[in-house]
Design a protein around this ligand. Structure first.
Ligand code: ZN
Ligand code: ZN
Length: 297
């Protein structure tokens, strides 16, 4: 059986009620998909408390006004939850015996480390994912806002990868997170630097510095590049460095929980792994990687 360590309760562009009924729906579908435990890791930018603490960061990055405005619009579009209510909801579900874990997908925002630390501090997390989605005010992974997507045409691809690797290293060094989520994200639209090695080295160095696991994320199959995160050479380096891996769907809808975990398990096995971890109370818990033994209903 699997643990899905990266699941969202709201799809982008939608704001369904986040309540007990929705949690139970995810758990039901997870179990149908061979997943025994679900870590809910909602995006930082869904929460009003984070919005208030971080507001205006997009204007401090020195990027074009149109890029900063697009990020502000993105934050305005997503914010709708209270972190205190979210934590209470998940904790009540846990104490009632539902197989769920309390998590967060934390954006690494250069220069805002202390705000992020203060945001995390009051809560009793099982797992905190660290994600680099933004280089400065530029959201590298969105193609529905022209101001962002056009940046891929005007920037040097090697520089983008170098900047992304530098941010990964900052994230690892912060010690704020348990897992590096989708660590080779810049590949998603199919752009290729002269060499992927410098980014791959940065990912491993970041995970080592932060004591982080490396996330295997099947949402990579659904983007133009069509490859799980991270690429096999990263997994091989991670294995050689003794780093743990987590399994993640990055589902934003219940039906995607546990999606293609057998494929992730096969990639991990090819790289020499025989176990994956989940996190409880921010401590890794090991599980055997035995795809053939997964029970399907
Ligand atoms: Zn993400
Ligand atoms: Zn996510």
């Amino acid at each position: 059986m699997y643990v899905d360590s990266h699941v969202h309760l709201q799809p982008h562009g939608e704001r369904p009620p986040v309540d007990r009924e929705r949690i139970e729906l995810y758990v039901r579908v997870a179990q149908e998909n061979g997943v025994e435990q679900v870590a809910f890791t909602e995006h930082l930018f869904r929460f009003r408390e984070a919005y208030d603490a971080l507001h205006g960061w997009w204007d401090e990055c020195g990027d074009e006004p149109a890029v900063a405005a697009a990020t502000r619009a993105y934050f305005d579009d997503h914010v709708n939850l209270s972190i205190a209510d979210y934590v209470r909801l998940i904790e009540e579900a846990k104490s009632d015996g539902l197989p769920v874990l309390l998590g967060l997908e934390m954006d690494w925002l250069h220069g805002r480390e202390e705000d992020l630390r203060r945001f995390l501090e009051p809560y009793d997390w099982d797992i905190v994912l660290g994600s680099v989605h933004w280089i400065g005010a530029w959201a590298i992974d969105t193609d529905d806002q022209a101001a962002h997507y056009e940046q891929w045409d005007v920037r040097d691809i090697d520089d983008v990868h170098a900047a992304y690797g530098g941010l990964q290293r900052e994230l690892g060094a912060s010690g704020l997170v348990d897992v590096l989520a989708h660590p080779d994200l810049p590949k998603l639209f199919g752009h290729r630097p002269a060499s992927f090695n410098p980014l791959h080295e940065s990912i491993i160095a970041a995970a080592e510095a932060g004591g982080c696991a490396v996330e295997m994320n099947s949402n990579g199959y659904n983007v133009p590049r069509g490859e799980a995160y991270p690429a096999p050479p990263v997994l091989e380096r991670a294995r050689a460095a003794g780093l743990a891996i987590t399994l993640a769907s990055d589902a934003h809808r219940p039906e995607r929980v546990g999606e293609r975990f057998d494929d992730l398990a096969a990639l991990a096995t090819d790289a020499g792994y025989d176990e994956f971890v989940s996190f409880e109370q921010r401590k890794p818990v090991s599980h055997a990687l035995t795809p053939a033994a997964v029970e399907r209903p």
